[in-house]
Design a protein around this ligand. Structure first.
Ligand SMILES: [Zn+2]
Length: 63
């Protein structure tokens, strides 16, 4: 019995069976990429918070 799904990262067909420990992803690489994107979102939010203290007032006046 095949239980196939689409990998959320690369959109390739992947197996959902117990043999695939990275499900719903097709591989560890795709799982880490998805995790990395989530982490990057978190980091960019905290980066923005930190950087607002360092924004040059002249830069804000131009916009
Ligand atoms: Zn994949």
């Amino acid at each position: 019995m095949n239980m196939n799904a689409i990998c959320p990262t690369c959109n390739k067909e992947t197996q959902l069976g117990p043999a695939n420990s990275y499900r719903p992803f097709c591989s560890e690489r795709c799982r880490l990429i998805d995790l990395g994107q989530w982490m990057n979102d978190t980091y960019s939010i905290s980066d923005t918070t930190v950087n607002t203290d360092n924004i040059d007032p002249d830069f804000l006046n131009k916009h």
